[in-house]
Ligand binder design. Structure first.
Ligand code: BTN
Length: 333
């Protein structure tokens, strides 16, 4: 993992205001040569994929203004909650780093990064995580003999996150089974739970949450499906700190309650947030494609589908993918 140099960080902190700052102003402010400033800006652009605009006579400014994560503020907050906390400029995947920490005995732990270079998505997909473009967060902990409860826990995490988003932005965010976060027909975020260890004794669990905040700097083809971000949904720059703090607080509160009955208490909330409820869906089940209507989830978190033949069945998480039938509102991945 590459971290920003102190100079790169200081330059970014100045550019956070969205205004132009000249090379000479920056070099004076930080008592370094103009070449050093130029090299640092080049490195931010080329090594860390930060979108910095350079204009003759004016200097540099951030193409997309996003407040950087305030490590001091977040560290103080999480340490007060007895939660370990790591905030990095750049990492392969926050999930991988959190897993290593939990395996070493450091938990509960929150790992955040401004950028992931090997962000992981479900089903072996990659997850695009540009610098300061989102909330790239992993929450790690250990659990004793409750692995079966974890399948439904991933749906609980979706409910928790969706409720925080709704409360903070007053928009109708939804969940698409099993745990994708959506706004209207576009994906806003996703959740990836990974476990390691002996399922019969002590397992290490990492809950990875990715929420797109400002993806303007990304080429849309790179994402591979219709997506949105909080900037587009709300029409203004988003401060990520209250969002992160509320999600982690809700996750910490949920830890005590992970057991087989846990999801049952969330089922009605889940159904209220369900994007697919009552819609025609296409289920890819192994090599089969089945068409039916989504009927909500069972108390174990399985998706209930009524087939066109009238038969009903329920799908367990991770085995299938679901698409809105092309006859209704087009494909929704
Ligand atoms: C999905 O495919 O919908 C799940 C995406 C999960 C992405 C998050 S970003 C933070 C954490 N670290 C990762 O490498 N992945 C998860």
């Amino acid at each position: 993992m590459t971290q920003l140099t102190p100079l790169e960080k200081k330059i970014l902190q100045v550019l956070e205001d969205g205004d132009f700052h000249s090379g000479s102003q920056l070099s004076e402010e930080f008592a370094v040569s103009r070449t050093a400033v130029w090299k640092a800006v080049r490195s931010l652009i080329h090594h860390h994929s930060v979108s910095i605009e350079s204009r003759k006579g004016l200097g540099y400014r951030l193409a997309h203004v996003s407040k950087l994560l305030n490590q001091r503020k977040l560290t103080a907050h999480f340490n007060a909650c007895n939660c370990h906390f790591v905030c990095l400029d750049e990492i392969d995947s926050t999930n991988l780093h959190a897993m290593t920490l939990v395996q070493e005995g450091c938990w509960p732990v929150v790992v955040l990064a401004e950028r992931q270079v090997l962000g992981r998505g479900r089903r072996g997909r990659s997850w695009l995580s540009p610098f300061a473009g989102g909330v790239w967060l992993s929450f790690g902990f250990r659990l004793k003999q409750a692995v079966t409860a974890l399948k439904a826990y991933s749906l609980v995490v979706a409910v928790i996150t969706c409720e925080v988003l709704r409360a903070q932005f007053e928009k109708d965010f939804c969940i698409k089974w099993p745990n994708d976060l959506y706004f209207q027909d576009k994906k806003l975020g996703g959740i990836l739970i990974e476990i390691s260890g002996d399922p019969d004794s002590d397992v290490c669990v990492v809950v990875g949450i990715g929420i797109n905040v400002d993806m303007q700097a990304c080429a849309s083809e790179a994402v591979g499906q219709p997506y949105t971000d909080l900037y587009s949904v709300t029409g203004s720059p988003v401060d990520r700190h209250p969002l992160i703090i509320s999600i982690v607080e809700a996750l910490l509160n949920s830890l005590e309650r992970i057991n087989e009955e846990f999801f049952a208490s969330y089922r009605s909330k889940w159904n209220e947030l369900d994007l697919l409820l009552g819609k025609s869906v296409r289920v890819n089940y192994g090599s089969q494609e089945l068409d039916g209507v989504a009927m909500g989830v069972t108390s174990e978190g399985e998706l209930m589908v009524q087939l066109e033949t009238g038969d009903s069945f329920s799908l367990s998480s991770g085995e299938v993918s679901v698409r809105v039938s092309p006859t209704t509102s087009g494909l929704l991945q």
